[in-house]
Design a protein around this ligand. Structure first.
Ligand code: FES
Length: 138
């Protein structure tokens, strides 16, 4: 049994986006897709971890690198990563926590697990940063 993890009440949970439409090679037509399996495994884990919330989305437009996931927070950079499956739940939760510990969403390269170095697809600035910068740079 996993012990629930608590955090300061002022902290927001990290949103972990998971594409439930992603299909990996070998997925049976009549079985849940890899994205759905990963989503469900992460959602089950999130039941005992109040520092993450898992949100399934229909597509993150990174369909050639399934399963695509993302880390998001209204005040931080949003990151997209590809090439995960349900065997990576522990690593995803641990890295989501690293993200949650940052003020801006930027996890130092050396601190990122290899799958998150290799799998990074893109990042998007917090809207407030983008809106405040006429040059489009933070
Ligand atoms: S189907 Fe998963 S990113 Fe498009």
């Amino acid at each position: 049994m996993t012990t629930p993890v608590s955090r300061p009440e002022t902290a927001r949970p990290t949103t972990v986006l998971v594409c439930v439409n992603c299909r990996r090679e070998g997925d049976a037509e009549d079985a849940p897709r890899a994205g759905r399996r990963l989503h469900d495994a992460l959602a089950a884990r999130a039941e005992t971890h109040d520092d993450i919330r898992v949100v399934g989305v229909e597509c993150l437009s990174v369909c050639k690198r399934p399963v695509t996931i993302g880390f998001a927070d209204e005040a931080k950079w949003t990151y997209l990563y590809g090439e995960f499956d349900e065997t990576a739940v522990d690593e995803i939760v641990a890295t989501a926590r690293l993200y949650g510990e940052t003020d801006d969403g930027l996890i130092a390269w050396k601190s990122r697990p290899v799958a998150f170095r290799r799998g990074v697809v893109g990042r998007i600035p917090p809207f407030a940063v983008a809106a405040a910068s006429p040059e489009g740079r933070p």
